[in-house]
Unconditional design. Sequence first.
Length: 226
Amino acid sequence: MELYFGRDNQPRLIGFVPGASGDEKPVYLRYRQGTFRPEPSELGPLGAPRGALYGVLGFDDPEVVCRPRQLCLVKRMTGWARVPAHDAPVRVVLRRGQVFALHADRIERLGDKSWAPLEPVRAFEQLSDVAVGSQGELWVVDGSKAGVFRLSGSAWTAVASPIVEPRALLATSDSALLVVGKNGAAEIAGGCVRLLPGVDGPLHVALNVGTDVWLAGASGLYGSAK
């Protein structure tokens, strides 16, 4: 299950409860009047009472809701579209208007009509997060290799991680990249690396809300208002 804040700034839960023989129970809840309430009517053809749900919701276009082996609804302010879904639920993230499906060993990007492998194709072992930089470059963290990879143009480059066992990335508005993991957080900017003081690990989440940056994990929650 994943928790998101929708365009009305209210939280939503999306996911599923596992069941026997693939008989999963979908979960789509909106927070209204002090409680989470089911809202299957918002899902159109995916509002059935059986079948897993996965996708990404939030403030930015597009929102994506999928049911395995059926379809993905791509919800934009300008209208809805449909593309084929995956055979099984996969983590989906939205980065600077681009939607990515993060399999354990590969990345797909959502196109107009389907999910397509990210070119050039590169195999990973424990893919955990992806970020899109201010110049359009793509950053990926592979936990098993304890490293970060950068895709610029048509070439992948390995970058030594300044953090042990990196887990999440965040490309900030000032052209910096934040990496979080076992021993805290570090900033990569202009070829320089700076460990963030007073931020302890382990951390597993890095996100921004507006211009504010939030880091979270077993060590606690850290916020930086800009």
